[in-house]
Write a protein that binds this ligand. Structure first.
Ligand code: ADP
Ligand code: MG
Ligand code: MG
Length: 251
């Protein structure tokens, strides 16, 4: 589903190369964990996948279902099914969560050439999703993320992810700063959205999230490259021995 080939990318403004020859393949149905020390380029990779304009790809390619997405803008990528969950979800005062969901869903339908959902259908879908993910409908009347607890923000985000029916979900350190209950919300949500026709990339600095989301593959990112790939045991090895050994091996 996703094939990143020899990707090189730099900051558009100052030209510093951050991604330096990265290769990664994620199959449909797969949950891939990306780990790596701080500053190794994990967030940068997620922004590049989402199509953020601050970064410039200088070499290599990103294929999504066999087609390059490099020329697609963020809205086109979202319409094609790429969803990025942020590390720190934005607060949007004055916009009720429900209203936000409606706008997001219908913008995406429009980009896909589909008619907007009628209000009763929209409500039905949101209710079903909220029910499945244990989101309180009362929360959806409140402005998006404003005054939400860490756990509520995560619930809102996972609900958004579910409703947009993405093909590729990228969760960037969505576990940082979360207590154990919120961590489980994220993990339960991700696990509920696992599906044979969807790929997920879970970026995390710590192993603990992977106790709840058991990944199919684990990739270690360092200095803008994947320096080692393995199965879930690689995450345990990292938890026990740290990154030093693997970095030494790669060098
Ligand atoms: P990670 O998510 O693995 O901690 P990042 O992708 O955030 O790493 O950062 C990778 C490297 O790129 C770091 O050295 C960081 O300082 C640098 N970097 C990323 N974005 C910017 C930016 N907008 N301005 C300056 N440096 C940046
Ligand atoms: Mg970081
Ligand atoms: Mg990061």
């Amino acid at each position: 589903m996703l094939e990143i080939r020899n990707l090189h990318a730099r900051l558009a403004e100052e030209g510093t190369e951050i991604i330096r020859g990265l290769n990664l393949t994620v199959k449909a149905g797969e949950v891939a964990a990306i780990m790596g020390p701080n500053g190794s380029g994990k967030s940068t990779l997620s922004y590049i996948l989402a199509g953020r304009e601050d970064y410039e790809v200088t070499e290599g390619d990103i294929l999504f279902n066999g087609e390059s997405i490099l020329e697609m803008d963020p809205a086109e990528r979202a319409a094609a099914g790429v969803f990025l969950a942020f590390q720190y979800p934005m607060e949007i005062p004055g916009v009720a969560t429900m209203e936000f969901l409606k706008v997001a869903i219908n913008a995406q339908r429009k980009a896909r050439g589909e008619e907007p959902l009628k209000v009763p259908d929209l409500l039905k879908r949101v209710k079903e999703g909220a029910n499945e993910l244990n989101v309180d409908m009362a929360m959806l009347k409140r402005p998006l993320n404003v005054g939400f607890s860490g756990g509520e923000k995560k619930r809102a985000e996972i609900l958004q992810m579910k409703l947009l029916e993405p093909k590729l979900c990228v969760l960037d350190e969505t576990d940082s700063g979360l207590d154990i209950d919120a961590l489980k919300i994220v993990a339960d949500g991700v696990n509920a959205l696992r599906s044979p026709d969807r790929a997920m990339i879970v970026i995390t600095h710590y192993q603990r999230l992977l106790d709840y989301i058991v990944p199919d593959s684990v990739h270690v990112l360092y200095k803008g490259q994947v320096i080692k790939s393995g199965d879930k045991d690689l995450a345990l090895e990292l938890e026990n021995n740290g990154y030093a050994g693997i970095i030494g091996e790669a060098a």
